[in-house]
Design a protein around this ligand. Sequence first.
Ligand SMILES: NC(=O)c1ccc[n+]([C@@H]2O[C@H](COP(=O)([O-])OP(=O)(O)OC[C@H]3O[C@@H](n4cnc5c(N)ncnc54)[C@H](OP(=O)(O)O)[C@@H]3O)[C@@H](O)[C@H]2O)c1
Length: 359
Amino acid sequence: MKQYNVGIIGATGMVGQRFATLLENHPWFNVKVLAASPRSAGQTYEAAAGSRWKMAVPMPESMKNMILMDASADIEKIASMVDFCFCAVDMKKDEIKALEEAYAKAECPIVSNNSAHRFTPDVPMVVPEINPDHIEIIKAQRQRLGTKRGFIAVKSNCSIQSYVPALHPLRKFGLKNVLACTYQAISGAGKNFETWPEMVDNLIPYIGGEEEKSEQEPLKVWGEIKGNEIVKASTPSITTQCLRVPVSDGHTAAVFVSFENKPSKEEILRLWADFKGVPQELELPSAPKQFIHYFEENDRPQAKLDRNLENGMAVSTGRLREDTQYDYKFVCLSHNTLRGAAGGGVLLAELLAAKGYFD
Ligand SMILES: NC(=O)c1ccc[n+]([C@@H]2O[C@H](COP(=O)([O-])OP(=O)(O)OC[C@H]3O[C@@H](n4cnc5c(N)ncnc54)[C@H](OP(=O)(O)O)[C@@H]3O)[C@@H](O)[C@H]2O)c1
């Protein structure tokens, strides 16, 4: 496979650190640029991020002495050094929109973990096992931006990564109503227990903007390309409650679902077991071999035991049973900063690379 030079914009942050560790020994992608705010620019990665390193594994040796660039002031220079960039920054939404478009217009494709462009109609929001075909909208986006190579592709919010994969193969039974309560880890807020001690022995019943994202993003992921845009699916009807819980990593969802044509429990389990997508067919380096794992034990999946399944890229399900108000209920879990953030971004980039979008 061809080798690609890549940059990480927001390298000092929680998601950026995850990108750095995932890309350290990547078979296709070589990190050439680390960028962050003007506060960090000009310092080595170690000086700027060493004291706030939040990963369980150490900072990659090969990156410690790299000098951080200024994500906004150095766009042209960065674009000339890499084939594409990952982006995960904490800025205002309109600033992120403008920053990502500026990179695209400088002919530097952006694979983004930010939410700013998720509902831009010609920006694909991709879960590679579910809607890999949405990357074809990039042609229309390039026309709008007036670019040859540059474009923006985004991954979805971490909360939907746990339940949308489990629901996807069941759509053929006419998914009607979905109720999902999510129990979300503190790393989703860029925090750990040292930086957020108030979360020990606590639960906060509100995560700003999360319920809207959790209800709307699945409909874009299940949407279809019509002309120059992705038109959202009109079903199912989704309602959610999103809670912050005292868990370091791993978002759990308790899901209730009803169908037009109710499948049997065996049919659901078979569809989960057999679910393979393009990443598995193409054997992309970060793709889990088995996307959805079902646990028979009543007390699984558990965040602490099961979030790292298949390097944190698989989704775990369990407790599938009939319900008195909906047809079925079940539980699912995914690692929010691996599959739900940087790992999902790397898998999307692998899909784009395999399909020639960075050439
Ligand atoms: N599912 C997902 O895709 C997912 C999951 C979690 C988070 N996110 C998103 O990823 C983004 C980053 O989250 P995080 O938890 O990693 O945040 P974080 O730990 O607060 O890190 C923020 C990063 O943004 C950089 N930054 C801040 N202001 C900047 C500016 N003006 N110009 C350039 N860079 C700037 C920071 O650089 P300095 O260190 O120099 O300040 C740092 O590298 C957010 O948009 C978040 O919503 C997505």
